[in-house]
Design a protein around this ligand. Structure first.
Ligand code: FE2
Length: 389
């Protein structure tokens, strides 16, 4: 028995105006300062006002890689207003923080770090509903039931998963993604691609997630370079916004795997943007898993019209295609290219290995590395050497 869980998804042009049809009295907006500056919070407020919903408060202090501390701070403000609607407006960090705040607001007896797949009957929705308005095309957080928070004290990332924390509504309006600069478009787009490929190939893949993941892979290969090149390319923006949400629903109902385990580890120690980290690591994990998933790499290659040359594996061909895509949108291909100095990288090796081995995403990887293999893996990915072991 398996479950497929997704929020109600409102997508396409003017999807934001769905807010004007909501029921509620008082909304609490969770966002960051940049989104406020772009005027997107005002747009959200306007739509809510049309529904007769007043915006009681705005918490704009969510930082990239939000911490447990930020969540606690947000909940304290939320409690003062007592909203019946929480609206997250932002990228993955904002939406993840909002999901965690919502849980704590409705279940003050529970700490965010207690959220795991095995607790049930959370009873969410009684006190408030959660609407996620995505302003980036990558994390798919508007549609997932995962939260990534940073435990600053422990220098590690917490991945919290539970089906019941899924947002009630995801708003996927491409207009809101148009403000993204090219670098962020590239970073977040590579995150979406990594979700889709890992969701399609990890141990928990299933028929329902496969359909969403394979379509998302096609969309990213076709439209990401266009969206990076010209942010005003409406078609590319719309397709990437849809792809990210589809990949989100796809991977969360399957799971992400080793590129995410390694990316979380790297991100927690060196603050490489999440999408950039997992995107650069993805081809190496494909090479590492190699023949164990050869049939699936071939299916993906076929879906994106890649010819697998005689004598070459689909794994190697796909890994190369991902590196070509990355290069075409000015993404780094190795950890060295992210600007991390070798000595600090080597100094962090023990922690990098520990974090990767402890990451929940690793459980479903088709191949689990040993400690020695993990060290070698990080050495190769730093230098930009294809995995050959
Ligand atoms: Fe991700």
């Amino acid at each position: 028995m398996w479950y497929f869980v997704a929020p109600q998804v409102v997508f396409g042009e003017d999807a934001l105006s769905h807010l004007a049809q909501l029921n509620g009295q008082s909304a609490f907006i969770v966002t960051d300062k940049n989104i406020v500056r772009l005027g997107l919070v005002d747009k959200v407020k306007e739509q809510l006002a049309q529904a007769g919903i007043t915006t009681a408060g705005v918490f704009d202090e969510v930082e990239p890689d939000p911490s447990l501390h930020t969540v606690e701070k947000g909940v304290a403000v939320m409690n003062r207003y007592g909203p019946d609607l929480v609206v997250a407006v932002g990228g993955g960090s904002v939406m993840d923080a909002a999901k965690a705040m919502r849980v704590q607001y409705e279940r003050p007896d529970m700490k965010p770090e207690e959220i795991n797949p095995f607790v049930s009957g959370l009873g969410l929705g009684a006190r408030c509903k959660l609407v996620c308005v995505a302003t980036t095309s990558g994390t798919g957080a508007e549609a997932t039931f995962a939260i990534v928070l940073t435990d600053a004290r422990e220098q590690r990332k917490l991945s919290l998963i539970n089906r019941e924390i899924v947002p009630d509504i995801a708003i996927v309006d491409p207009e809101l993604a148009r403000g993204m600069p090219p670098g962020m478009t590239a970073d977040t787009g590579m995150d979406a691609l990594t979700h889709a490929i890992e969701g399609y190939t990890c141990d928990w893949k299933n028929d329902f997630s496969d359909g969403l993941c394979i379509k998302a892979i096609q969309l990213v290969f076709q439209y990401l370079p266009r969206a990076v090149r010209d942010g005003d390319d409406r078609e590319a923006r719309e397709k990437m916004h849809n792809a990210a949400c589809m990949a989100g629903i796809g991977f969360i109902n399957s799971l992400t795997a080793m590129a995410h385990a390694a990316g979380h580890s790297l991100g927690a120690l060196f603050h490489v943007p999440h999408g950039r980290a997992v995107g650069l690591l993805l081809p190496y994990t494909i090479e590492f898993i190699g023949e164990l998933r050869e049939e699936l790499w071939a299916e993906i290659a076929y879906a994106i019209k890649l010819e697998v040359p005689k004598g070459k594996t689909a794994a190697a061909t796909l890994a190369q295609a991902i590196r070509d895509l990355s290069r075409s949108i000015s993404q780094p291909l190795s950890i060295k290219e992210t600007g991390i100095p070798l000595d600090s990288f080597n100094k962090a090796m023990g922690k990098l290995i520990d974090n990767l081995m402890a990451d929940g995403s690793l459980i479903v990887s088709a191949r689990i590395p040993s400690v020695a293999e993990t060290e070698r893996f990080f050495g190769y990915t730093y230098e930009g050497k294809s995995i050959d072991f």
